[in-house]
Design a protein around this ligand. Structure first.
Ligand code: ZN
Length: 143
């Protein structure tokens, strides 16, 4: 992604960031005392209660499906059904998102299935015309 393209694309969530090479990643915090990893920025560790020991880390783009819900009703204008999931990322951090490229059928979704993080356009623009990059999950065996 070029610098010009990056200027017109904003992150859909505060913990979606771009690396030096322009590739997007999910940002987290790792406790310097106990090693617990969290999504986004933290100042206090929820596990060991250490203060100001958090270091910013890049979260893994792979993980396993912890839980899911097939959503059939949502706000007007949001296409349904879709699969809302909670994923435990490899190396730490638990994040909620949507699972794509899978039929929204419980028979096709497995707990603990390997997934990977993909970054795609969120599908909407704001009133200034900015588009937003969002993260999603896909089965790890898909491209
Ligand atoms: Zn800690």
């Amino acid at each position: 992604m070029s610098a010009a393209e990056k200027a017109a694309v904003k992150p859909a969530v505060p913990f979606l960031k771009w690396a030096e090479d322009g590739s997007p990643y999910l940002a987290g915090s790792k406790c310097g005392k106990c090693g617990e990893v969290y999504v986004g920025t933290r100042t206090v560790c929820g596990k060991c209660t250490a203060r100001d020991a958090m270091k910013p880390v890049m979260l893994a783009n792979t993980g396993r499906l912890y839980n899911y819900t097939v959503v059939h009703r949502n706000f007007p204008g949001v296409p349904v059904p879709f699969i809302s999931v909670i994923v435990d990322l490899d190396g730490g951090g638990t994040v909620k998102g949507n699972l794509l490229d899978v039929e929204p059928d419980p028979a096709k979704i497995k707990f603990d299935m390997p997934v990977k993080v993909v970054f795609r356009d969120a599908g909407r623009k704001d009133k200034e015309g900015n588009s937003y990059l969002a993260y999603f999950f896909v089965p790890a065996n898909n491209a």
